[in-house]
Design a protein around this ligand. Structure first.
Ligand SMILES: [Zn+2]
Length: 66
């Protein structure tokens, strides 16, 4: 029987560097969990910031109009 080991899902060379913060990471895929969360959350944060800005602008326009 062929008892060949399956390939690992991730190959981790010793000394991976997190692409987000640039620090050394030994986590899965070489990215810190908190950095991965930060990255995943970035578009949402941007959207929220834009929304807030737009709201503030509308409010300012309303006040200006009155
Ligand atoms: Zn990191």
């Amino acid at each position: 029987m062929n008892s060949k080991k399956p390939n690992p899902l991730f190959i981790e060379p010793s000394g991976s560097v997190c692409p987000i913060c640039g620090k050394r990471s030994y986590s899965l895929r070489g990215i810190h969990p908190q950095c991965a969360v930060q990255q995943a959350d970035a578009p949402r944060q941007k959207l929220l910031a834009a929304e807030k800005k737009e709201k503030a602008r509308l409010h300012a326009a309303m006040v200006d109009d009155a």
